[in-house]
Write a protein that binds this ligand. Sequence first.
Ligand code: GAP
Length: 513
Amino acid sequence: MTQEELFKVLVAHCKEYGFIFPSSEIYDGLAAVYDYGQMGVELKNNIKSYWWNAMTRLNENIVGIDSCIFMHPRIWEASGHVAAFNDPLIDNKDSKKRYRADVLIEDFLGKIEEKIEKEVAKGRKKFGENFDEEQFRATNPNVQRELKKYNEVHEAYKAAENANDLAAYKQIIVDNNIVCPISGTCNWTDVRQFNLMFKTSMGSTDDTANTIYLRPETAQGIFVNYLNVQKTGRMKLPFGIAQIGKAFRNEIVARQFIFRMREFEQMEMQFFIKPGTELQWFAKWKENRMKWHVNLGMGAENYRFHDHEKLAHYANAATDVEFKFPFGFKELEGIHSRTNFDLGNHQKYSGKKIQYFDPESGESYTPYVVETSIGVDRMVLAVLSHSYKEEQLENGESRVVLSIPAPLAPVKAAVLPLLKNNEELTNLAQKIMDDLKYDFNCQYDEKDSIGKRYRRQDAIGTPFCITVDHESLEDNCVTVRDRDTMEQQRVPIAEIRALIDKKVNLNNLLRNL
Ligand code: GAP
């Protein structure tokens, strides 16, 4: 199965097993908006707990807040979003479809890279053990031709991006005959800027209504509460404020399932520091955040940093944590050194003094900020795409299993009486369920054969299945099956809780950080 096919299968699986549904589905859906189902919401909440606890419990100098989606419209002028939160868009005149000019160019570059890798793979096959990849890349005429093209386009693209030159974007598209995937033509409009913020109005009548925006990031809610938290919490620099909440962006190209949505959730932390220390803290947070990711056990090789060549208007250093999604390495989290841009501008626009009095040096200054910002939905997609596996079993059967890191699994254990119509078995199973449900999210299932029930639990990633059989009535033991190894062991009922807890307790993950 190609990665593309696998991705399609994953999207269907997410729907079939209650993880993620297209929003408003009975009205044919709403583009790039998705709802979380009964399994999805549990997974999402577990991811949020892992992040929230890692930030606010493990760091005594980080506290959380929950600010509103609606904020004063001047905030978005101060933050630069009204003037500069734009994407370059271009329309194809034949298909009438709209695209992001930068994405069209990046996809084109991606295709050149693919061609190069295909040539290298051909070479590897042809020369077998004697294959010298470095030499092949440096001398093969096809690779060299494609590489030259790649470098030329990449250079022109970076220049257009840095100069924010919309005409140059179009020129690259035309010069390289980049066509619309729908119409197949190169009949393009000029490139225009498109602001990504959703607008609405607040007020009782139209003439008194104010235009306000749905926040495109949660970060500004933290900045405008900096003074409140610093004063009421008697916080001393360095300290951080964490927040989880919804953000909204009118994305032009909204595809790849929950990777790029119009309504999504962010987990952001702004770390306030003394000016001049920002690059040390930036390095520290890069390290911390990578550790948080790798600690989940989804393979260190599936993450990498991508340092930004072009910095946002507010940053003096920035990097992405990229994850290997089925469609390649893509941004999962951003870490930005935001200087004093935001607090400084809010001071200017609000007219209120936003400063920190440093008791050690006796001076007052506007703190600098290092931000970590991760999309909850992208994290859900990372976990699901890494976990989805179709396995061939020794007995000739196959199974679909989600090997979700156990502390994040939506259901931790399933309690299964061997027979549905045996009251003794169902009563004991129900008793075990009632006992475990205070500690873990459990499912009770008595329908169908045990084999089918195991398959259902594998498909939602349940780490443990607990089967109550006739012997259980005699020896007070149950059969516990492990999702990953499929091994079964007899366990005294009194020991089940400890066995499950050892594997699924979030604190064990947190302790490794
Ligand atoms: N406060 C900084 C900020 O918002 P960003 O790089 O624009 O930075 C941070 O966004 C993270 O939010 C991204 O790394 C990504 O995980 C998530 N994100 C951004 N746009 C998204 C979208 N349209 N859909 C889903 N997640 C998104």
